[in-house]
Design a protein around this ligand. Sequence first.
Ligand code: ZN
Length: 208
Amino acid sequence: MSFPARLREGYQSFRTGRLPMEQSRYRELAERGQSPEIMVIGCCDSRVSPEVIFDARPGELFVVRNVANLVPPYSPDGAYHGVSAALEFAVLALKVKHIVVLGHAHCGGVKAFAEDAAPLSPGDFIGKWMSLMAPAAEAVGTREGRPHAEYLELMEKASIANSLANLLTFPRLRALVEAGEVALHGAYFGVATGELSVRDRGGEFVRI
Ligand SMILES: [Zn+2]
């Protein structure tokens, strides 16, 4: 199969449209290296691109995306930890000032967890990954008596809180947060409405 035509066309559009406008910035970033102040931990979902939502220019956001924007707890066990590796680089090498966990409405990963979806493969990578949401499910409590859509939104938001709590299990990051050098944030994107809510100190998501 050939390289997707959609990507060829998109690249041509980038090359004639955005690239000339950003060329000097790209050159400067290549020479100086990147120094983004903001890390975003988002979902793989194709509708929730952080660079699009935050209208970001090259070099502004350090982004790691995974199924359901989860952060696993600190576990230096010799296993492969993609999120932890990105976090280590962002915090200790790039010295980002902000880390944003960006959740969203209609998250397929959260839905799969909430509905106990059957594994897609014998490896059940999604099931294992989504089990990170167990503390969030516990915080939300029973789904009985709640409309399903409302339950899913509660789970999506509780999962953001759980990921923020897991960020604090990374000792070096925790020390930087306590010293006021790094700030952690939760945000929630409404796919249909395009609205963005930010988690306040009390744990409420407030539309901005
Ligand atoms: Zn998602």
